[in-house]
Design a protein. Structure first.
Length: 359
């Protein structure tokens, strides 16, 4: 069936449902793809896409950033990080500002590069900022295991990893009426589609694991609307070319070997039980939390006008924020959602029609 045929089917299903339907695109890559392709404008009036907490940079709380900045300011450290973390505002500063003041901060494209940095700088502590969901966690786990095996004692990870399914459950317990989840394709490559089955059974919520092309997304939406129309709540895989029910079991085993599940804080959501990972005691020599215990970290605070947290919960959009396109722009970001390439505010700023946004 052509994309036009799938859109026609979406319209027919939406007409049969005949009530407002809210589908949450959990992943920030879906948010960007929906805007970039114009997909939102093709949907029926009663079907809306909500952006969720699927941007790892966006959900990282200021407390983590403040600690990373404090580590970066030490003269004996090099902080290695993915580039989209550098400009995120913390409570009082950012990594970008710390670097301008002389801190050693290196942008890397993989955790393996951070490990190489440690090998090349044996007299300094190299700290990798472990931010991300299940997609990037296996690669970071590998570096920790490799450092332990090769006795690379100056390499450690400041662990800020998040697990997606518990966050989805936390949203279902909130006030946002979600009718279905468009589950993230790349996360699901690792964890498998079966990871969402408890959500379906406990909350009667349809889930479809979806790819990132416009065709993938419109088919995923059609599958969700069919489930809603049929009063079904199962996990379906649209992204079958990459995702299986079981996921990548080798990656799962590596994650489990290096990390253990813990409670962790999400920006805008708060602490969610069993939604994060911490480094196991076996690898504690490579845990930055245990390596740097004498840091002077400022009191954590949020910008009073930023509604990033409510946007991440799907309760508001960037258009509801008084700072959007005014004080908060990509050049002068106030919140994390404007910085990240997967951030909802960045997507709205770049792709939403200007005449539909507040002045």
């Amino acid at each position: 069936m052509s994309i036009k045929g799938h859109i026609s089917k979406v319209n027919r299903l939406a007409a049969e449902i005949a009530r407002p339907v809210k589908i949450m695109e959990v992943c920030g890559t879906h948010t960007m793809a929906a805007f970039r392709s114009g997909l939102r404008s093709l949907l029926p009036a009663n079907v809306s896409l909500l952006s969720g907490p699927g941007c790892p940079v966006c959900v990282t709380p200021n407390g983590y950033l403040d600690k990373a900045i404090a580590i970066a300011r030490r003269p004996d450290t090099i902080v290695a990080t993915f580039g989209d973390m550098v400009r995120v505002p913390g409570s009082e500063s950012s990594l970008e500002y710390a670097r301008a003041q002389g801190a050693s901060i290196r942008i890397v494209y993989s955790p393996a590069e951070a490990l190489e940095e440690a090998v090349a700088n044996r007299l300094r502590q190299v700290v990798f900022l472990g931010i991300g969901f299940e997609t990037t966690i296996p690669g970071i786990a590998w570096t920790i295991k490799e450092a332990a095996q090769k006795n690379i004692t100056n390499y450690s990870v400041l662990c800020g990893h998040k697990i997606i399914p518990p966050a989805m459950e936390a949203l279902l317990q909130g006030k946002v009426g979600i009718d279905g989840f468009m589950c993230p394709g790349h996360v699901s490559v690792i964890i498998g589609a079966n990871a969402y089955k408890p959500l379906c059974s406990s909350y009667h919520i349809p889930c479809v694991v979806t790819g990132f092309e416009p065709f993938d997304m419109i088919v995923g939406i059609k599958m969700l609307l069919k489930q809603i129309n049929d009063n079904q709540s199962t996990v379906e895989i649209q992204y079958a070319r990459s995702v299986t029910e079981q996921g990548n079991q080798s990656a799962q085993q590596l994650i489990d070997e290096v990390f253990e599940v813990c409670d962790t804080s999400w920006r805008g959501v708060g602490t969610i039980p069993d939604s994060g990972l911490r480094i196991r005691e076996k690898f504690s020599a490579h845990d930055s939390e245990k390596k740097f215990t004498d840091l002077e970290v400022p009191e954590t605070r949020e910008h009073p006008g930023c509604i990033c947290g409510e946007i991440l919960r799907g309760m508001k959009t960037p258009c509801d924020c008084g700072l959007f396109r005014k004080a908060c722009t990509p050049a002068t970001p106030v919140g994390a959602c404007m910085v990240s390439s997967e951030g909802t505010c960045a997507a709205y700023y770049k792709y939403a029609k200007m005449d539909s946004l507040p002045e």
